[in-house]
Write a new protein. Structure first.
Length: 328
């Protein structure tokens, strides 16, 4: 009996010492963090607005991090390659992902096995409406004319998306559901290759956010004919909304920084502080304004509730438009 009591007390003492050591070690890790460059993994090819946002953040962070932040592009599978890279990386805070709504949609479509809950949010940086874009020399000048052409064409019209299961793909599928137009979603590895395909005349439209096409719109080669939001967007050069065009549909894009869920809390807190300071930097805000990228900062703890709510909305929408079949 005495031996059992002794062993229990010994086990308790060992547990307490281990807990204290782990706590002290975590604090030591955070105090020395970062001690080398941090990588920001962007899920799409260079040239799109997600890439531009990541690079603007990395540049502005120089004044708020003792180590540089470096952008690494890992496109493919609707953002799933980059998401899995972050989730399965060593959880030490030196590898951050720049995530989009796609972390919700691709798993819901069965195109990815991870969950958005595998990612710890650091901060939301952006908010933009998804839009419908066509070539400026297209015969249709309004969304009404575009949809009429899609309904009358024998094989419909081709609309480029940023990949299977992405928000861009969901927007195209939802537009088909709402209007009955014959639109065939064509997946690309990000907005930039989809836009290049549109410019080359290989497809008739793309679903993308305003900052991804603004340079071409200003150059007079592309035109935004519809904004899938409740209000007009300055970034979309005041293009009409879905409601104004008789289409009750709102699909908005956001981007946020996140790390592996297993990352130590002290390191997460340090990253959140770096993100908060960087997001408030005038250089960061000016860079986004210059590139027509919508700015919105939300701390990661608060943004988790946004993710939970959006997950429910996306799940309902995907089920409604029967996109499980379209996503494959």
């Amino acid at each position: 009996m005495l031996m059992k009591t002794y062993l229990r007390q010994l086990a308790l003492m060992v547990g307490l010492v281990a807990a204290q050591f782990t706590f002290a070690l975590g604090g030591a890790v955070a105090q020395g963090f970062p001690s080398r460059p941090i990588e920001i993994v962007v899920p799409y090819a260079a040239g799109g607005s997600t890439d531009a946002l990541g690079r603007a953040f990395a540049d502005a962070s120089r004044n708020h991090s003792s180590q540089p932040l470096v952008v690494v592009n890992k496109p493919g599978a609707g953002g799933s390659i980059a998401a899995n890279d972050i989730i399965n990386s060593k959880p030490d805070g030196y590898r951050i992902g720049l995530f989009t709504n796609d972390v919700l949609t691709t798993p819901l479509l069965g195109l990815a096995k991870f969950s958005y809950l595998d990612i710890e949010p650091i901060a939301q940086l952006n908010f933009d409406p998804v839009s419908i874009i066509v070539r400026s020399d297209a015969t249709w000048k309004t969304v009404g004319e575009f949809l009429a052409a899609a309904k009358s064409a024998p094989d419909g019209l081709r609309i480029g998306t940023t990949g299977n299961g992405t928000l861009s793909h969901l927007a195209a599928a939802a537009l088909v559901d709402k209007t009955g137009a014959k639109l065939a979603p064509i997946p690309y590895q990000g907005a930039s290759p989809a836009i290049q395909s549109l410019l080359g005349g290989h497809i008739e439209a793309v679903t993308a956010t305003p900052p991804e096409v603004i340079s071409h719109v200003r150059a007079g080669t592309l035109r935004i004919i519809l904004v899938l939001a409740d209000q007009r967007s300055k970034a979309a050069l005041d293009a009409p909304t879905g409601k104004e065009s008789g289409i009750d549909l709102s699909v908005v894009s956001w981007r946020y920084l996140g790390v592996s869920k297993k990352t130590p809390t002290d390191v997460v807190a340090k990253l959140r502080q770096i993100a908060a300071d960087t997001a408030k930097d005038p250089a960061m805000i000016a860079a986004l304004e210059k590139q027509n990228i919508g700015y919105k900062f939300t701390d990661g703890r608060e943004f988790q509730s946004v993710l939970d709510k959006e997950h429910g909305i996306m799940k309902d929408l995907i089920t409604k438009v029967n996109m499980q079949q379209q996503g494959r």
